[in-house]
Design a protein around this ligand. Sequence first.
Ligand code: IPE
Ligand code: IPE
Ligand code: MG
Length: 237
Amino acid sequence: MTSEAKNTLRHIAIIMDGNGRWATKKGLPRSAGHKKGAEAVKAVTRAAGELGIEYLTLYAFSTENWQRSPEEVNTLMDLLRDYLKSDLKEVQDNGVRIRFIGERDMLAPDIVENMKKLEAETAGNMKMTLCIALSYGSRHEIVNAARKIAMLAKRGDILPEDVDIKMFSDMLYTKDIPDPDLVIRSSGEQRVSNYLLWQIAYSELYFSPVLWPDFDKETLEAIIKDFNRRERRYGKA
Ligand code: IPE
Ligand code: IPE
Ligand code: MG
């Protein structure tokens, strides 16, 4: 493969980090950073569609983020309500299929109701899949999968030797979504923070110094260029 050859890039997963620092740097409350961050979500979703990305998975709120102050959690949940009601309308009208992954029972019922509605209404959309990780934690997801498999075995529906990579993958929230080709984390932190641990086994990682509220189409394009120069080996020589 020459250095100019393009890698397949079907799925980008993003850890949208740095809203708080963006706000603090400007002398604003953290909530202002989250607000601006929601704008970046819109811009980047649009850009991904324009760039022909088939799957975009966004880490919006982790299971660990529930430990933030009640005030910050409330701000984030209110922004989420607005996002579900208005921002996702545009996405929906653009032929995007919307999916949510995460621990729904920790979210407020009105939010879950809207999530279900959006998923149902967009199920037939083909242009792109936007997957939003909400109250998501990869270890929860993996443990839940293990429980489901244990239950099947206990009922005698499967044998231990039936458990394989495919079966395990099918028990995850991301069941019918291909693994990410590229994981991007904004704000300069170099960690995965309980994001898609199973699914990113062979993903390329990119850590961008840009704080999430400043992340835009140009940022994304530059990262894709870098990705295209990489050589993915999957363990082969
Ligand atoms: C990302 O920004 C948004 C969420 C995690 C919900 P942060 O709120 O983590 O911003 P920093 O990391 O404090 O700058
Ligand atoms: C990861 O960001 C979660 C999301 C972007 C939703 P955090 O800011 O919560 O991660 P840590 O705490 O720095 O690892
Ligand atoms: Mg953070």
